[in-house]
Structure formats: C-alpha cells, structure tokens
Design a protein around this ligand. Structure first.
Ligand SMILES: Nc1nc2c(ncn2[C@@H]2O[C@H](COP(=O)(O)OP(=O)(O)O)[C@@H](O)[C@H]2O)c(=O)[nH]1
Ligand SMILES: [Mg+2]
Length: 300
C-alpha cells in the first residue's frame, strides 16, 4: 500500500526551509538565498518513490508583516497548517532563540496535526550546550511528536528524516501524477530562477523590491529547438532600475547569463533569454500589482 500525504514546512525566514525541501526532493525546485524572505509563494514539491508520495509545502517564512506583501506571505503560511498530515517546524541550530517561536508554537498547540521539530544547520554548530538549552526550551513550549537534527545543505541525516516523515503519513492514493514535480507552472519556476540571480547579485532593499514576470515563451523553430523566453524584472524605483541594469548594461547581462544556465538545467533545453527592467512605483503595497505579479490569495 502507498503511503501518501501533505507535509508543511514552516519556520522563520532564513532557517533553511527551501534548502531542506530541495534536499528531500533530491533536486532544486525552489530558490534559496542568504536574504530573508526569499520565498514569497506557497510551493508544493512532490516526492515519489515505490511506496510513498509526499507532497511537501514550502511556505514563505513567518515574520511580522511590514508590507501588504508581507501580510500575504504570513497568512499563506498559517493557512496551510490545519489541512496537512504533518508539520515540520524548522529552526536554525546556530541561534539560541527565535522571536517567532512564541507566535508559531501558540498556533501549533491549537491544531490536531502532528508536528516535528527540525534543527537545521548542525554543520555550523559550535556551542553544543547552547543548542541543547535552546532545544529544551522549544520542547517545553510544545509537545513535538519528534525532534530531528539535520544539515539540509550537506544532506546530513536527511534520508533518515525522510523515512520518519513517511511513518507519519496514512495509507492513501497518489495525489499527483508521478512525473509531476510541483504544482507551480513552468513560467513561475523560470521567473523564480531569474529572481534568485537578482537576489544573488544585489543588496539592501533591492532584493525585496524585485518581482519577475515571464511575458512570453515560444519555440524559436522546430529545427533549432531553441526556446525564446522574454522576461521583465520589475522594481519600485528608477534608482533600482539603474542598479539592475548596471554600467553599460553589465549587471543585467550577468543576471541573464547566470539565469540562462540555471534555466537550461531546469528545462533541459537550449534557451534564449531576453530580459527587460521596468519601474512600477511602490508595487509591494498595491493589491492589483501584487495579483499581476503572481502573489494572489491562494484559494485552498
Ligand atoms: N551551513 C548551512 N547553511 C544552510 C543550511 N540550510 C540552509 N542554509 C543556508 O541558509 C540560507 C537560507 O536558506 P533558505 O533555504 O533560503 O531558507 P528559508 O528562508 O527558510 O527558505 C541559505 O544561504 C542556505 O544556503 C544548512 O544545513 N547548513
Ligand atoms: Mg524559502
């Protein structure tokens, strides 16, 4: 019998939720970065093997909302919790407290859903006593159904974790066809790869001010099998547009080159990537723009 179910990955920004998802899936699905609030949408990553299908739900990090975008992200994260089979609460092993633990653990207490504590980044732990104290505090605040220490980045103990996750799942049907990797359309995955390269190459407020839209994807012609992708990088201010384009267009070229390589692996096909930069003033606070850029209310 197949074991199947839904598993939510929650926790503060930057603790390694998306990295853990990619490692558990065995491939890069969601983008990651050292900048907080990299993940903006709820993304499903589907894991299949002979005896299980696990649908992981990667959520934006929970945090105190500052923008309309931030509010959307926190709501999206909390809404997924009541309907899943297991909640994975991820913390960073190198920290000894997390300002959101209180808020999150309070929410977990009111749910019937089983939850496990994942202590991530153990490859970076220097003070084991401090970590033990932190874990004890968390365990006192919430009665977790399991505690796991892993390194998502290095893949340490993540296979054991996967087996234990399966043990929490009921017997059930496959919810998605076996070849499906995610519920997100290809356009979204492509746009995210481009946004990841912007995050990688820019600093301060620029990463947070960027949205990427794919305007058009078309096959060049049947013989070359070259996929033409036209995308727009949206920013909030003229000065940010200048930064993204760079001197003599150098920055945009760099972003394009990095993104093209990555998308080539994603789609396994040759591509031509054409990128433009556009200013939409204050888009993060405008409901209509949020919808246009793909951050709409999730109906589920
Ligand atoms: N050293 C170390 N770094 C990690 C680990 N997991 C994630 N990271 C890094 O932490 C940062 C945030 O990761 P990300 O997955 O985007 O976090 P998210 O915001 O929780 O989704 C990135 O720079 C990752 O490379 C880990 O196990 N060890
Ligand atoms: Mg993330």
């Amino acid at each position: 019998m197949l074991k199947s179910g839904f598993v939510s990955i929650i926790g503060n920004a930057n603790v390694g939720k998306s990295t853990l998802l990619n490692t558990l899936l065995g491939e890069k699905l969601t983008i990651t970065s050292s900048k907080p609030q990299t993940t903006r949408n709820t993304i499903r990553g589907i894991y299949n093997d002979e005896d299980s299908q696990i649908v992981f739900i990667d959520t934006p990090g929970l945090h105190k909302p500052k923008h309309a975008l931030g509010e959307y992200m926190t709501k999206a994260a909390l809404r997924t919790l009541s309907a899943v089979d297991l909640i994975m609460y991820v913390v960073d092993a190198t920290l000894d407290r997390d300002e959101l633990d209180d808020m999150v653990l309070k929410n977990l207490r009111n749910l019937d859903t089983p939850s496990i504590l994942i202590i991530n980044k153990i490859d970076r732990v220097k003070d084991i006593n401090r970590l033990e104290t932190y874990v004890e505090t968390l365990k006192k605040r919430h009665n977790f159904d399991g505690v796991f220490a892993v390194s998502a980045l290095k893949g340490t103990y993540t296979d054991i974790l996967k087996d234990d996750i399966k043990a929490f799942l009921p017997e059930g049907p496959a919810y998605y066809p076996e070849h499906m990797r995610t519920d997100q359309p290809e356009k979204f995955l492509i746009a995210e790869r481009i946004r990841e390269k912007v995050l990688l190459t820019t600093r301060e407020e620029v990463p947070h001010s960027v949205a990427v839209i794919i305007d058009n994807i078309e096959m060049d012609d049947e013989h070359t099998h070259l996929l033409n992708i036209h995308g727009t990088i949206v920013v909030e201010r003229d000065s940010q547009k200048g930064i993204i384009i760079g001197k003599g267009g150098r920055m945009l070229k760099k972003i394009g080159t990095l993104a093209r390589k990555d998308i080539l692996h994603l789609l396994d096909t040759k591509i031509y990537l054409d990128l433009h930069v556009k200013v939409v003033k204050d888009w993060r606070n405008k409901a209509l723009e949020l919808r246009n850029f793909g951050y709409e209310e999730d109906p589920s």
